[in-house]
Write a protein that binds this ligand. Structure first.
Ligand code: IPM
Ligand code: MG
Length: 358
């Protein structure tokens, strides 16, 4: 197959991990007879420096005209003082909104050989294999009214948590469909004991569940869920939740697997999908060849599977990652006393070498 992939490396460690993912894709293309055309564009702080805007029109256009998007990370100290509407993070929100990427899939699966890299006890986390389905274009991230206004005694900052029936129905369906391919359990996470928007969320999810009698649906309040995630993560299969709760719980879920440097994500909607590591730009370690490229390489694997239906190819990448970890190679974030410490580029090369052996 032929595919056009928009490549948006972004900031911080983004431009360091991205080449490793692209080279893994090249290796797959060669091995399986595909052709991937990579088309690069600036996003986030890199785009601000060149054009003054985090998501230039050209970048958005390129993204829209591609078959899939691979994104590194955005943000950094340099741009932290800027106004909200021109910050690097806006690029992500803009892409999500403009491309209608309403569902964010964040799998958190523990590789058993990394159990000692987590801050949690091995017996708690071994067996963790869950998927956070986060609503991505609604909720408090986008709700109106929003803003900061002057008042008699200072200022007033406002954001609005809002969900409509269709928004909840479509994300619930994504979660139930995903559960069908997994262990057939969905946990819907809300704050229905306090928030009206959550009361509606729960009611609508229960309605959608009627079409999925084969799936076991349960509900948790978000505070309890945060606790259950570190108390007994094995109980979870698919978690479905709002934009803000999903943002928070997916970082927590990442730590169950040892390092946020391991976790990929997919953002999907009706058209083009966007794939990115969940770790962010990590400006503190940028430019040192120590970042873990696995999350980005695994994001490329998710792209192959979700956007192009190339499940075999995606599995090949995942197997290569596992083999390299089995051989004891570790980047700094997942290093153990007996691990063989390698840098970003070397980790990428090792994974490609494994791909070549398959
Ligand atoms: C994420 C990030 C983003 C979010 C930020 C960078 C806008 O934290 O993808 O989880 O809050 O969605
Ligand atoms: Mg986040």
């Amino acid at each position: 197959m032929k595919a056009r992939i928009a490549v948006l490396p972004g900031d911080g460690i983004g431009p360091e991990v991205m080449p490793q993912a692209l080279q893994a894709l090249e290796a797959i293309a060669k091995q399986f007879g595909h052709s991937f055309e990579f088309r690069h564009a600036d996003v986030g702080g890199a785009a601000i420096d060149k054009t003054g805007r985090p998501l230039p029109d050209d970048t958005l256009k390129l993204a829209k005209e591609s078959d899939a998007i691979l994104l590194g990370a955005v943000g950094g100290y340099k741009w932290e003082g800027l106004a909200y509407d021109v910050r690097p993070e806006r690029a992500l929100l803009g892409l999500r909104e403009q491309l209608g990427l309403f569902a964010n899939l964040r799998p958190a699966k523990l590789y058993p050989m990394l159990a000692d890299a987590s801050t949690l006890k091995p017996e708690v986390i071994i067996g963790t294999d869950l998927l956070v389905v986060r609503e991505l274009t609604g909720g408090i991230y986008f709700g109106k009214p929003k803003g900061i206004e002057k008042t008699a005694d200072g200022e007033r900052g406002v954001n609005t948590e809002v969900y409509t029936t269709p928004e909840i129905v479509r994300i619930a369906k994504v979660a139930f469909e995903a559960a069908r391919k997994r262990r057939k359990k969905v946990m819907s996470v809300d704050k229905a004991n306090v928030l009206e928007s959550s009361e509606l969320w729960r009611r609508v999810v229960i309605g959608v569940a009627k079409d999925y009698p084969d799936i076991e649906l349960s509900h948790l309040y978000v505070d309890n869920c945060a606790m259950q995630l570190i108390r007994n993560p094995k109980q979870f299969d698919v978690l479905v939740t709002t934009n803000l709760f999903g943002d928070i719980l997916s970082d927590e879920a990442a730590m169950l697997t040892g390092s946020i440097g391991m976790l990929p994500s997919a953002s999907i909607g009706s058209g083009v999908g966007m794939y990115e590591p969940i770790h962010g730009s990590a400006p503190d370690i940028a430019g040192k060849d120590i970042a873990n490229p696995i999350a980005t390489i695994a994001s490329a694997a998710m792209m192959l599977s979700y956007s192009f239906n190339l499940d075999q190819e995606a599995a090949a990448i995942e197997r290569a990652i596992v083999r390299v970890l089995e051989q004891g190679y570790r980047t700094k974030d997942i290093q153990s006393p007996t691990g063989k410490l390698v840098g970003t580029q070397e980790m990428g090369r090792l994974i490609r070498a494994e791909l070549g052996k398959a």
